[in-house]
Design a protein around this ligand. Structure first.
Ligand code: 13P
Length: 251
């Protein structure tokens, strides 16, 4: 099976509505000729409908950075899968390490969010990754196994055909310190095997596994050459349309 690469931009808590629209429009113009890579941007919730309108009919796909697992209810400040879908969202990032670290997300809530997203036809991007301390202690694979296994436990593989997995070592996020090619290759192969044993061989084949953590125009080509790397989840370097375009058009 060939997997079309996905280069995704996580805009985190950056950009107001007008700023997000401006960047999205520039990106859409600069990437109008890109056919071999799926491009996604995930602005803040309030920007989603504005950006959806601005990129309609272009090659840019829209993602959200989070969702709540309930469909509706008294959950002040939360957003449901239906709300995202109606706003024009296609992908949703789930279990980003910043949400695990600062907002107390657990593998259990991640599991429910994946289920809620898949049930509404949103494409979940499940984020996993070890901290510096976990790697130093030799627990990288143990950590990843738990995050993937618990995050996907009990899911029908039929509902995971659009699953995307993002390997983001916590120590590489926003630090300028990218994981080395050998480290990335080792983990991505491990994750592919994990999907096969924990979910299904079909899921292992269809799932795009992205690398994230200080991805830049200078290192994207080397990362994309690594076996089992099917794209990138980009933070800081996705905020500028020119820089992100240079990542999308890696060679
Ligand atoms: P940086 O690219 O800024 O390291 O962020 C990566 C990330 O967290 C994407 O989700």
């Amino acid at each position: 099976m060939t997997r079309k690469p996905l280069i995704a931009g996580n805009w985190k808590m950056f950009k107001t509505g007008p700023e997000a629209v401006d960047t999205a429009v520039h990106l859409a113009e600069d990437c109008a000729d890109v056919t071999d890579v799926d491009i996604m941007i995930a602005p803040a919730y309030v920007c989603l409908p504005l950006v959806a309108a601005a990129i309609a009919g272009t090659r840019i796909h829209l993602g959200a950075q989070n969702l709540h697992f309930e469909n509706q209810g008294a959950f002040t400040g939360e957003i449901s899968a239906d709300m995202l879908k109606t706003a024009g969202v296609e992908y949703v990032i789930i279990g980003h390490s910043e949400r695990r670290q600062y907002f107390f997300e657990t593998d259990d809530t991640v599991n429910k969010k994946i289920k809620a997203a898949a049930a509404k036809g949103l494409k979940p991007i499940l984020c996993v990754g070890e901290t510096d301390a976990q790697r130093e202690a030799g627990n990288t694979f143990l950590t990843l196994d738990k995050q993937v296994s618990d995050g996907l436990k009990g899911h029908d593989p039929k509902h995971l055909k659009d699953l995307v997995l993002a390997y983001e070592p916590v120590w590489a996020i926003g630090t300028g310190q990218t994981a080395g090619p050998d480290q990335v290759a080792e983990v991505h192969e491990y994750l592919r095997n994990l999907l096969e044993t924990r979910v299904s061989p079909d899921t292992a084949q269809s799932t795009r596994i992205l690398y994230g953590g200080s991805v830049k125009p200078e290192n994207i080509a080397e990362l994309m050459r690594i076996n089992d790397v099917d794209g990138a989840l980009v933070g800081g370097a996705s905020l500028d349309a020119n820089t992100f375009t240079n990542i999308v058009k890696y060679d």
